[in-house]
Write a protein that binds this ligand. Structure first.
Ligand SMILES: O=P(O)(O)OC[C@H]1O[C@H](O)[C@H](O)[C@@H](O)[C@@H]1O
Length: 281
């Protein structure tokens, strides 16, 4: 059976469901946000909060939010920029025997220029194969003046119990510890275990990550994005998030492909791209 892409409603949102021989991805037009990914023969790999809000009043808590043109609160724009709560359009859909590809796009308009005075075109390409999900973000400067941006694919992974998983691949890289007042440290653990709040920007990461969760594992590779952000709010911060259940932090870990440590300078009429690839193992 060949792959299909259908327009569906997901939690009241316009979305695309991409099916490829047993693998399934749902991507919402609101936020250009992947909300669900089940690889062939496997279980859901993305965390989506049971208390997520889907009316666009706040960003959807879970899946893969696209943060642009600002990462977190590193500037004067709204936290993580403004494309998470805007509606994207679908500009391309393609399927073959064993793949499905959809391209979502958002461009500047009067409202975005009122908060960030730049002309841009942002595209998210979602490519699904049986055990693999590729997310490619391209940023085009469509104006006549240079701009700089930070951002991320803020991937929320679903885990069975966060204290029992291990994250490998970050040994030796420097990180900015946001949860500890931005102190810079060097990772000394071959495997990172999460048993407290984690909010770290690992800089210039050049190796893939491996997330081990009991009998299943996930490979996470990035190209173009220089940094990896690891985030878990833990108990106290999670309790303060209205759109996440109190125990939600136990079911998730964010492994984000990011431009966070240093902004990208994009000259007029130039393009930048970055990709995150998830492979279920
Ligand atoms: O609550 P949000 O706006 O979605 O942000 C959630 C988190 O995103 C990133 O991972 C940042 O490093 C965190 O500092 C932030 O708290």
């Amino acid at each position: 059976m060949s792959a299909t892409i259908e327009q569906v409603e997901f939690q009241g949102l316009a979305a695309l469901a991409m099916d490829v021989s047993g693998a399934r991805v749902v991507v919402s037009l609101l936020g250009g946000q992947v909300l669900s990914w089940t690889p062939r023969g496997g279980k859901e790999w993305l965390y989506l909060s049971e208390q997520a809000v889907f009316d666009g009043s706040v960003p959807i808590r879970g899946g893969v939010p696209v943060c642009f043109p600002q990462f977190a609160d590193q500037g004067t724009l709204p936290k993580h920029g403004f494309v998470r709560t805007r509606v994207w359009s679908v500009v391309e859909q393609r399927t073959g025997e064993d793949f499905a590809i959809a391209v979502l796009r958002i461009v500047d308009d009067e409202e975005t220029r009122a908060i960030w005075p730049h002309a841009f075109a942002l595209e998210l390409t979602v490519a699904v194969e049986d055990n693999r999900l590729d997310l490619e973000l391209s940023v085009e400067n469509t104006g006549d003046e240079a701009f700089s941006f930070t951002g991320a694919l803020h991937t929320y992974l679903r885990v069975s119990e966060v204290e029992e998983i291990a994250l490998e691949g970050l040994y030796g890289f420097s990180y900015r510890d946001t949860a500890a007042g931005n102190v810079v440290r060097r990772e000394s653990g071959e495997r990172i275990m999460v048993d407290a709040e984690v909010d770290r920007i690992y800089c210039k990461v050049t190796r893939p990550l491996l997330v081990r969760d009991h009998r299943r594992s996930l490979g996470v590779n990035t190209e173009g994005f220089p940094d990896v952000v690891i985030w878990n709010p833990w108990e106290t911060r999670c309790a303060a998030l209205a759109d996440m259940p109190n125990s939600g932090f136990r079911r998730m870990l964010c492994t984000e492909a990011a431009v966070a440590d240093q902004a990208v300078e994009l000259p007029p009429h130039q393009q930048w791209w970055g990709r995150q690839t998830l492979v279920a193992l």
